[in-house]
Design a protein around this ligand. Structure first.
Ligand code: AHR
Length: 504
């Protein structure tokens, strides 16, 4: 490279070279009874922003902007000790209980029916978990009856008595949470879990054959039982389930930002391994059906992990794991979502963990809502990526990382939606110092124009938003470049996430 010349990259897009349909459910969230996610987060009757149902209007507005398609609930580790009957019926008769997962007091003032109201308010599908820790397969089946059966039998009638004569029609159900983890209440080994999940699934489906079920996979690729856990549980449950879950929390605890910014390599390795397991089990079980991946817990989480972030001291709604996100975290989140597009053939659900206050892009005080840096890549993807994922070819300069060797400076994905007449290109520049001049080349159908370009960038990877400075890291609109035949050129600043919205 001559001095004064910027490094160059080429991005080749071809609307005939596709990966698969982007499932809208990859833009989903997760709310657990943990810390201030529910109480003081989405539900706070004492807040000046609360509506008559106790839901906070300002939080709902911020969530609607993120356009989540489904919300997973009520946990997380909390799920494995949860008695769903505690959280329904007249509020003054609901018990206060000790939640052993987060050592907090659970008042049960928010439960299944309030969650349904919440989902309606943000136009998201409910995705309910059944307790496979202390819970029985009977209780799991009863909850399906309570939610989905027409009145006329015990639990459906109970729902009607509670004010909901119409079934809730919950389609997505998780068979427990992280049952491979020794920290889990009622932890089981893979064979014991597989047998229990299979029997629960059968009963749940007998109540409602239209439901879709998610099996617990490994709670991370660092688990000693990974990926054997996945193989064993899948072999036992293949015909009964539709999705297999994966969880991962990203960390830069060793301060190696160059490697941290290449983490999509690890995310893709995790997906590749599990895709291999899915293929193996399908073949071994001589099955005709497919099972897809549900990445139903993913996020950055490493700063707020002290014991006081994980144990509530038996308080109600304690401040737990209220991670503050910075620019480099937002760039990792953007790459993660690139992976959801690049592996759209197999990843069909993904839930950001979590949605409010606890490891979340949204932070509340009594009066205000703060949007962390990670809020913006989530919003841009969820609003602009739809239709088909394109198999993008990228020629990018490389940079050195300690953990993954030499990796491209650019991390890219793209979408193409014939029905909406739009497309999206999503580009992370991982360089801490270099702007990159990128040329985008459409090899088949080219867009008529670039509608808009949004850019999230900064010179300090540790920069974050705060109540005093809420707009330090927000996307700005950049003048869209004009198409030159089938090409456009674009300047990608260091530490940036750039999104092009194209009109076909
Ligand atoms: O999301 C926080 C916790 O992380 C969840 O409760 C658990 O499933 C995971 O370990």
């Amino acid at each position: 490279m001559q001095s004064g010349q910027l490094p160059k990259a080429k991005i080749y897009l071809d609307t005939n070279r596709t990966i698969g349909t982007i499932s809208p459910l990859v833009f989903s969230g997760f709310i657990e009874h943990m810390g201030r996610a529910v109480y003081e987060g989405i539900y706070d009757p004492s807040s000046p922003h609360a509506g008559t149902n106790g839901l906070r209007a300002d939080v709902l507005a911020a969530l609607r902007e993120l356009n989540y398609r489904a919300i997973r609930y009520p946990g997380g580790n909390f799920l494995s000790g949860y008695r769903w009957l505690d959280g329904v019926g007249p509020r003054d008769r609901r018990p206060r209980r000790r939640d052993l997962a987060w050592q907090s007091v659970e008042t049960n003032q928010f439960g299944t029916n309030e969650f349904m109201e919440f989902c309606k308010a943000i136009n998201a599908e409910p995705m309910l978990g059944v307790n496979m820790g202390t819970g029985t397969i009977q209780e799991a089946a009863d909850l399906v009856e309570y939610c989905n059966a027409p009145p006329g039998t015990l639990y459906a009638d109970l729902r009607a008595q509670h004010g909901y004569p119409e079934p809730h029609g919950v389609k997505y159900w998780c068979l427990g949470n992280e049952m491979d983890g020794p920290w889990q209440i009622g932890h089981l080994d893979a064979a014991a879990y597989g047998a229990k999940a299979r029997e629960a699934a059968k009963m749940m489906r007998w109540h409602d054959p239209s439901i879709q079920l998610v099996l617990c996979g490994s709670s991370g690729c660092m688990m000693p039982t990974y990926p054997e856990w996945d193989r064993i549980a899948l072999e036992l449950c293949w015909e009964q389930v539709d999705y297999h879950s994966m969880h991962y929390y990203a960390s830069n605890s060793d301060g190696d930002t160059d490697s941290y910014l290449a983490l999509s390599v690890e995310f893709e390795n995790f997906v590749d391994t599990l895709t291999g397991v899915l293929r193996y089990v399908k073949a071994k079980n001589r099955s005709q059906k497919d099972v897809y991946l549900s990445w139903d817990e993913w996020n950055v989480w490493y700063k707020a992990t002290a014991p006081s972030d994980l144990q509530g001291g038996w308080a109600e709604a304690p401040h737990l794991s209220e991670e503050v996100y910075n620019l480099e975290d937002a760039l990792v989140v953007a790459q993660w979502m690139n992976v959801f597009l690049r592996r759209a053939d197999v990843i069909k659900i993904a839930c950001l963990a979590q949605a409010v206050n606890t490891i979340s892009p949204i932070h509340t005080t009594r009066d205000a809502v703060l949007k962390h840096t990670t809020y913006y890549p989530i919003m841009l993807f969820s609003r602009l990526a739809s239709g088909l994922a394109l198999d993008v070819a990228v020629k990018s300069p490389l940079y050195q990382t300690q953990k993954f060797g030499d990796k491209p400076l650019l991390d890219v994905s793209a979408s193409y939606d014939e029905e909406r007449g739009t497309g999206g290109v999503f580009i992370v520049n991982r360089s801490r110092t270099e702007s990159i001049e990128a040329e985008l080349v459409w090899q088949a159908l080219a867009p008529r124009q670039i509608n808009a370009v949004y850019q999230l960038a900064g010179d300090d990877p540790k920069a974050f938003n705060s109540l005093d400075n809420p707009n330090r890291i927000v996307p700005v609109s950049v003048n869209p470049p004009v198409m030159d035949d089938k090409h456009v050129s674009l300047l990608l600043p260091p530490l940036s996430f750039t999104v092009l919205e194209t009109r076909l």
